[in-house]
Design a protein around this ligand. Structure first.
Ligand code: GKR
Ligand code: MG
Length: 428
């Protein structure tokens, strides 16, 4: 054809590389982060030699599914997302286990096909953008903002991993230490919103921490997320206590029914990345008015295009939209940034674990993604706008092979030091 990119761009080869990168001992309600976080890097290569990138969870069961799917993708045109999903579905048709979702037991109801298809879809979009010379945001309807705001994501944490020296963040178990953590993050990145991972200490202590943050940062929107650790009664009490102080209350309890019970009693919106994690959860959640803000996450909602469908549904039903994150590397940050830029109704600062990563540990070459005033400038280079650093990929793959972790297990890790630790909700 006369048109250079009019023909099909068929997948010739797919590479899946599990990697591991250092992670501090961040506490959550199911346990504590292990010394390494796992991810998998997906490379898709077309007949023409175009190269696309995706990033996803690195748990062994998930990596096995990625490999099974990859085997069936040869010959698929990178424009044909439906065919890509169909083949992923076919590869997984015999797979009924729910293991390996990379979220340490906190999110189990997401669609396996969507979770597995996501990084391939992102890589295909990267290729499509490169073929056309356009950024991925243009393939998603165009950026409606040229920078995407992220929030300072605070964690209670131990001083260091047991048996190792304190890391340079130090301990955070007291309100004053969280305030110090927030100052450091805000000084470094300029964040203009704050999220506290909660469900770690008794609620009174976490309420005190929110009050301390409010006092130290009077102008910044605050949110708190105990990952379903509370009973309905506790959640209502905390919600009343924090009225006018937090912009939303994230997953105070587990399940749509529990969330609906809390939503009926508290003034602020409830947000979730736990009870609405797949399309078939939307209808019951809307019917019960259980959640007012959905935290999208392209890693389990089936990729960037499907996340835009989610955004449209939220818009239709008057639900707010924010963005969830897990420990991640630069390919994911690029994908999150393009998606958020192209989603008009994403009006909250997105979550990111980015500051918890060592600055020199990534699989993309530095420079394409930088924070200023709490936001990442949307890359304008073709595709995702990030480049694979193959030497770094090899290094992080070596970490993966050496670290001995094949499955995220925050609970098991915590129990090594606290054998009686029981994460079953409600904890309070
Ligand atoms: O990294 O410990 C963590 C978080 O708790 C993460 O696993 C959650 O998925 O950030 C997440 C959330 O908002 O629930
Ligand atoms: Mg959450």
């Amino acid at each position: 054809s006369d048109h250079p990119s009019a023909g099909p761009l068929r997948i010739r080869d797919v590479r899946i590389t599990p990697v591991a990168f250092h992670d501090p001992p961040l506490l959550n309600t199911v346990g504590v982060h292990e010394p390494f976080a796992l991810r998998a890097v997906v490379e898709v290569i077309t007949d023409e030699g175009l190269h696309g990138l995706g990033e996803t969870y690195g748990d062994a069961a998930h990596v096995a599914r990625l490999r099974a799917a990859a085997d069936l993708l040869t010959g698929v045109d990178v424009w044909h997302t439906s065919e890509l999903e169909r083949r992923v579905g076919a590869a997984l048709s015999a797979d009924t286990s729910t293991a390996g979702h990379g979220m340490s037991g906190m999110v189990t109801g997401s669609s396996t096909v969507h979770r597995v298809a996501s990084p391939f879809e992102v890589a295909c979009l990267d290729i499509r953008g490169k073929a056309l010379g356009r950024p991925v945001s243009d393939l998603l309807g165009g950026a409606v903002r040229d920078r995407v705001e992220y929030s300072a994501y605070l964690f209670y944490k131990w001083a260091g991993h047991p048996g190792a020296a304190a890391d340079d963040w130090g301990p955070a178990l007291e309100p004053a230490q969280l305030v110090e953590q927030a100052h450091r993050m805000i000084d470094g990145y300029g964040f203009t919103a704050i999220k506290l991972k909660a469900g770690v200490l008794p609620p009174e202590q976490e309420i005190a921490a929110v009050h301390a943050l409010r006092e130290a940062f009077p102008a910044l929107p605050l949110r708190i997320d105990p990952n379903g650790a509370w009973s309905v009664e506790t959640a209502v009490r905390v919600g009343k206590e924090l009225e006018g102080i937090i912009e939303y209350l994230e997953d105070p309890v587990t399940g749509i029914d529990g969330m609906a019970a809390v939503a009926g009693e508290v003034a602020m919106p409830l947000a979730t990345n736990m009870c609405v994690v797949a399309f078939d959860h939307l209808r019951p959640a809307v019917a019960a008015d259980a959640v007012q803000v959905v935290l999208s996450d392209h890693h389990f909602w089936g990729g960037l295009d499907r996340s835009r469908t989610l955004a449209a549904i939220c818009d239709t039903f008057g639900l707010g939209l924010s963005m969830h994150s897990n420990s991640h590397l630069g390919i994911s940050l690029a994908a999150m940034t393009h998606l958020a830029a192209a989603t008009p109704n994403l009006t909250y600062a997105c979550d990111t674990h980015w500051p918890w990563k060592r600055p020199d540990e990534d699989v993309v070459t530095p420079g394409a993604l930088t924070f200023a005033d709490g936001a990442v400038a949307v890359p304008t280079a073709p595709g995702l706008g990030v480049e694979l650093d193959r030497e770094a990929l090899d290094r992080l793959h070596e970490h993966y092979l050496a670290c001995g972790i094949t499955e995220r297990d925050d609970t098991g890790y915590r129990r090594r030091f606290e054998p009686g630790f029981d994460p079953s909700p409600p904890r309070w």
